[in-house]
Design a protein around this ligand. Structure first.
Ligand code: NAI
Length: 271
């Protein structure tokens, strides 16, 4: 695979789950991958696994909710790599709570991580991508991929903040796409909307939803089966199946796509 040959990619939340699978796949497609996360140990392991596989990666610590950290990291990307070609805004959290017991602090925690992070990624990331995209006016330029969710298009009990945050991400994707076209930046912005994916986040989600009886089921194993069957394909996704969609949006293969939503959900939304 060579779709991302000579491309510099930064991914947030790259230490596990979808982010880790994406970092590995994009490196196999030829990219130099800057793996970032708040979990330094796990993030470094992913960067090491990529370099052990004869590809190029570096781990950098980034709490995506910190504007100061974004600013510093993007300065480093410009001085070390001459900028970025691709940014994957993947870091996110899920918290299960009924509306009535959700505190304002709970609400802000989800919004900070899932919405503020994407805003900060767009704001600071574009500085680094613009630099390389404008040098490459003859080519297809840069790409930003925001990881949203089927929750952007469907309701979920006990997940008000999460669903609202993911709907915000798809709308931010559209507005950023319009703006960067209007400003002639040569940068595309698209979102991926995964169904439920077999990751550490999903393990926590199933346990929490069962504890709350959010779907009228309190046994985690039974809830897992029911949740899987809500996807017509009959199972959860593997992280690699989402990473493949992210690779498509990151690469020039999707050169005529911007402001759009790639749904990878085993048929969940189509029901
Ligand atoms: P995960 O929980 O398995 O991994 C998330 C990664 O993000 C972790 O490495 C974590 O340390 C990192 N992270 C969390 N907060 C951070 C912060 N403030 N700064 C930097 N890194 C941070 O999650 P998963 O499942 O891989 O999810 C990735 C993205 O995909 C999220 O945006 C999530 O909302 C979305 N998604 C996941 C689905 C699923 O079923 N697993 C379904 C639909 C969307």
């Amino acid at each position: 695979m060579t779709q991302l040959k000579d491309k510099i990619v930064l991914i947030t939340g790259g230490a596990m789950g979808i982010g880790a699978a994406t970092a590995k796949l994009l490196s196999e497609a030829g990219a130099t991958v800057i793996v970032t996360d708040i979990n330094a140990e796990a993030g470094q392991r992913i960067a090491d696994a990529i370099t052990d596989n004869n590809a190029t990666a570096q781990f950098k610590l980034l709490d995506t909710t910190s504007e100061e950290q974004w600013s510093t990291l993007i300065d480093e990307c410009i001085s070390e790599y001459g900028g970025l070609d691709v940014l994957i805004n993947n870091a996110g959290i899920f918290r299960a709570k009924p509306i009535e017991s959700t505190s304002l602090a709970d609400w802000h925690q989800v919004m900070d991580t899932n919405v503020d992070s994407v805003f900060l990624g767009l704001k600071h990331g574009v500085r680094a991508i613009k630099q390389r995209a404008q040098e490459n006016q003859a080519g297809y330029g840069g790409s930003i991929v925001n990881v949203a969710s089927i929750s952007a298009q469907s309701g979920t009990p006990c997940a008000l903040a999460y669903t609202a945050s993911k709907a915000a991400v798809t709308h931010m994707t559209k507005s950023a796409a319009m703006e960067f076209c209007a400003l002639g930046y040569n940068i595309r912005v698209n979102a991926v909307l995964p169904g439920m994916v077999q990751t550490p986040m999903l393990d926590t989600l199933i346990k929490e939803m069962a504890r709350l009886g959010a779907f009228g089921i309190q046994d985690p194993e039974q809830l897992e089966q029911v949740a899987a069957s809500m996807h017509p394909i009959g199972r959860f996704a593997e992280p690699l199946e989402i990473a493949r969609g992210i690779l498509f949006l990151a690469s020039d293969d999707s050169s005529y796509m911007t402001g759009s939503e790639l749904i990878i959900d085993g048929g969940y939304i189509a029901r």
